[in-house]
Ligand binder design. Structure first.
Ligand code: 5AD
Length: 358
């Protein structure tokens, strides 16, 4: 039964629920099939994106996130331009091919032009040889367009969960956090010409396997180019921490995250998928496990070490004290040891996107 399911190329909602419901040894069977499909489509190649956590100043108040506006224990920072350029230069010299600029969500004109200036500045300093992904939240179409014209190629905006009821259990129910606004932003990103990425958190309190299957179908219906998804990890200084008792055990959130990656690789074989930092938080080998479950992107953290303590989206975020030079020096070895190959000096565009472009 599972063997037949794994050979399929199209999957119904019921099929996806079956795949996500496997237990015991069958889990490994699904992961192995995903690795096979990955090898046959995008190849056993890994693309690097240097992650720059630009600022933890945030106008939003998401119930799960450690840097939410109402968390008064966070020291707010914004990297200097010089710090950003140094991180970009590091990525460029190391042949990473690509950067992600992530930030707390702001929509002020000053923030919009700051990002625009950084994009131009980075391209100028790196001979326009880095492809850049932004992860700076919901913005009006005009802002997405402006940033795209300033040199951003890709945009990550997680839907977090597609179950609207659950969405409002993890976000305040108001105009600033409206579900419809998130959907509209994802559509606008596509119109503005980006490679579009979204994703969800896995193992949220009260989330079901059927919800996760619906999340996968949402990615498919949006014809998404890239996905970043990983386990939900509680943060003690957030309102959602109250539901700690309802959580699946961390090991189960980890296993479900791998199953989600694997199942999505079967459903959308040619997209880019990141092996998330949150996976690494739950297991020191989590990054490798993600790659072996079908992911093909890794995002080494290039944020200056002194700021990392203040960019804690969840508890126990790893590599708080690791200098970028140190945390990336062993990367090649670790990834080759599992039979994958890092592609240096390549942008690592989503094949799914390139095919749609024709
Ligand atoms: N656990 C896991 N992921 C989280 N994120 C934010 N808070 C948490 C948490 N507590 C993720 C969200 C967001 C991304 C930047 O980080 O999915 O989109």
């Amino acid at each position: 039964m599972l063997d037949n399911l794994l050979k399929q190329q199209n999957f119904s909602r019921e099929d996806l629920i079956s795949l996500l419901s496997v237990k015991g040894d069958d889990t490994q069977k699904v992961l192995d099939r995903a690795l096979e499909v990955k090898a046959a489509t995008v190849g056993r190649k890994v693309y690097l994106r240097g992650l720059i956590e630009l600022s933890n100043v945030c106008a939003k108040d998401c119930y799960y996130c450690g840097i939410r506006k109402s968390n008064k224990h966070v020291n707010r920072y914004t990297l200097t331009d010089e710090e950003v350029y140094q991180a970009a230069d590091f990525a460029w010299r190391k042949g990473f091919g690509s950067l992600v600029i992530q930030s707390g969500e702001l929509t002020s004109p000053a923030f919009v032009s700051h990002i625009e200036q950084l994009l131009k500045g980075i391209h100028q300093r790196t001979n326009a040889e880095l492809s850049i992904t932004l992860s700076c939240g919901e913005q009006p179409y005009e802002v997405f367009k402006r940033w795209q014209e300033a040199g951003a190629h890709r945009y990550l905006l997680r839907i977090e969960t597609t179950n609207k009821k659950l969405y409002y259990q993890i976000h305040p129910e108001n105009a600033l956090h409206a579900y419809e606004k998130r959907i509209k932003a994802l559509e606008d990103l596509r119109k503005a010409g980006y490679q579009v990425g979204t994703g969800v958190m896995i193992g949220l309190p009260e989330q079901t396997i059927a919800d996760l299957a619906d999340d996968l179908l949402f990615f498919k219906s949006l014809d998404i180019d890239m996905v970043g998804m990983g386990p939900y990890i509680e943060h003690a200084e957030t309102p959602l921490f109250e539901k700690f008792m309802l959580l699946w055990p961390a090991s189960e959130r980890f296993r479900m995250s791998l199953l989600m990656l694997a199942t999505l690789r079967l459903l959308m074989p040619d997209i880019n998928m990141a092996s998330s930092t949150a996976l690494e938080t739950l297991d020191p080998l989590g990054r490798q496990s993600g790659l072996l479950a079908g992911a093909n992107v890794v995002m080494p953290n290039l944020t200056p070490v002194i700021n990392r303590i203040n960019y804690q989206l969840y508890n126990n975020k790893p590599n708080l004290d690791k200098d970028p030079a140190l945390s990336t020096s062993s990367l090649n070895q670790v990834i080759e040891a599992i039979g994958e190959k890092i592609c240096y000096y390549e942008p690592g565009n989503s094949q799914h996107f390139l095919k749609r472009q024709g």
